[in-house]
Structures are given as C-alpha cells and as structure tokens.
Design a protein. Structure first.
Length: 176
C-alpha cells in the first residue's frame, strides 16, 4: 500500500501488464497506419509516460508532440476544461493520434476533438491507455483502448492525485 496526501492506494496494475497493453496498442496503430507516418500528440501532464513507452514500442517511423490542458482537481472531475497549449506543427493531411493516459467522463476528449477538427487533418484518432466505461458519457468513438477499468480513482504511470504519484511505474487504485 502507498500513501499520497490523505489517501491510501493499493496495487492495481503491474508494470508488466502495462507494457503488454502498450505493445498491443502500438501494433494496432501501426497496422491501421499502413505505412503512413503518424504524429502522436500526447496530452500533458498525464500522458507523458504512455507516449514515451508507446513511441518506443511503435514499429515504424512516427512523430511526437504534446498539448496541455487541465480538467481535474483532486479526485472528482470538475467537468471544466481550460485552454489548449502546444501544437505548432502543421497537421494538414496528417494522421493524428491523440494519446491520453485515461479517459474518464470524456469531457477533455470532446474539447480536444473540437479543437482538432478545426485543423485540416487527414485522420484524427484517439488512443488511451486506461478507460472507465462506467464514467464515459460521450458519443465520440475511442479508436484504441488499452485497459478498461472500474470507475475508481487510480494513480501511477503518469496519473496523479494532487500532483503526487505520477512517477510510480505501476498503477494503484484508491483504497475504499
Ligand atoms: P475526463 O475529462 O473526465 O475524461 O478526465 C480526463 C482527465 O482527468 C485525465 O486526462 C486525467 O488527467 C484525469 N483523471 C481522470 N480519471 C483519473 C484517475 O482515476 N486518476 C487520476 N487522474 C484522472
Ligand atoms: Mg490527462
């Protein structure tokens, strides 16, 4: 068990299981890309670890970039999303793969999708390592999903609880 601020977390998903899932995502994406060079766009801060491992597992050439927005405080999604920072690349006619650490309610994703739909991309796809199906209430299709998890707060592998826990190589779930 680990303690972050006032909360206790228990081991949930191992490094090995994460690596296996990332590998599978990389292969699926490469297969669909069919020789085209994708640009992976990670959503900071949470996705930094996923992107780092995903691009190393990617069997082919690819580009990497990051955007940043925040929608979360503490353990409850505020439902509010802030401004987007990043994306200086010309995305016209590119295969853009947005990379998320986790999709919860989908609020962040919908906003990102709106922003990216203004760019004349060739194809916009979404990849997320973790997905909470019980929390997701949007129609937007998620193209690549690593691991589906219950609607409970997790930390580690890029995900934080009020700033802490991002550096953990495995994932922990809140103890209830
Ligand atoms: P959404 O907009 O509700 O889908 O939330 C997306 C963002 O909330 C993610 O990119 C995370 O930063 C954060 N988030 C959602 N669920 C969790 C969790 O279980 N642990 C840590 N952060 C989370
Ligand atoms: Mg995030």
């Amino acid at each position: 068990m680990i303690q972050l601020h006032d909360k206790t977390f228990v081991p949930f998903i191992s490094e090995e299981d994460i690596a296996t899932s990332i590998d599978k995502l990389a292969k699926e994406i490469a297969q669909d890309a069919n020789g085209e060079i994708p640009i992976f766009v990670g959503v900071l801060n949470g996705a930094f670890m996923v992107v780092s491992d995903l691009v190393r597992a990617y069997p082919g050439n690819c580009e990497v970039s990051f955007v940043k927005m925040a929608s979360y405080e503490g353990t409850l999604s505020s439902g509010k999303v802030n401004e987007l920072i990043g994306i200086n690349e010309n995305l016209e006619d590119r295969l853009v793969i947005l990379v998320e650490d986790i999709v919860d309610t989908g609020n962040t994703l919908v906003l990102l999708h709106e922003i990216f739909s203004k760019e004349k991309v060739k194809s916009f796809k979404v990849a997320t390592l973790f997905f909470k199906p019980e929390a997701y209430n949007k129609d937007l299709k998620i193209d690549y999903i690593g691991i589906e998890i219950p609607n409970k707060f997790i930390v580690g592998y890029g995900l934080d609880y009020d700033g802490l826990g991002r550096n953990l190589p495995e994932v922990y779930q809140i103890k209830t």
